[in-house]
Design a protein around this ligand. Structure first.
Ligand code: DAT
Ligand code: MG
Length: 140
């Protein structure tokens, strides 16, 4: 079933110049880029984006980190792309994410636990619809 997923190269990834490398891996896997823009998140966008995590101990530091610089927001399309990108991204904690994954190859703990893990990817069709509406409100 053709799906779309929302990918963010987080501020750490953009600062480190990894946008191209991340997009390259997703395109090389065979998914189709349908939207891409460098954006500065707002608190309001992040409150919607991370609504499921509100109240957790890492929520405020996560929002502050996501506001710390621009993100590269992208939408990719393809069969089972939601699951496929999560597999490419690897585990949430970059220290233990498997080599071969984006987080495993390019990420590490910089002293802020797992917050700086380079990428975000939608985790379900419901999340991807909600997240794409936040980051690309005009996208058909
Ligand atoms: P994922 O990004 O793998 O979907 P998630 O949705 O559980 O992970 O969490 C969203 C982000 O919040 C994650 O990318 C990094 C941060 N995060 C999650 N768990 C954390 C923790 N225990 N400590 C610090 N940051 C955390
Ligand atoms: Mg998540």
């Amino acid at each position: 079933m053709t799906q779309r997923t929302l990918v963010l190269v987080k501020p750490d990834g953009v600062r480190r110049g990894l946008t191209g490398e991340v997009l390259r891996r997703i395109e090389a896997k065979g998914y189709t880029l349908v939207a891409c823009e460098l954006k500065q998140a707002t608190r309001d966008m992040l409150a919607q984006h991370y609504a499921e995590h509100e109240g957790k101990p890492f929520y405020e530091p996560l929002v502050e980190f996501m506001l710390s610089g621009p993100v590269t927001a992208a939408v990719f399309e393809g069969e089972r792309v939601i699951e496929g990108f999560r597999a490419l991204a690897g585990a949430t904690d970059p220290t233990v994410a498997l080599p071969g994954t984006i987080r495993g190859d390019l990420g590490r703990d910089w002293g802020l636990k797992v917050q700086q893990n380079i990428v975000h990817g939608s985790d379900s069709e419901e999340s991807s619809a909600r997240e794409i509406a936040i980051w690309f409100p005009g996208l058909a």
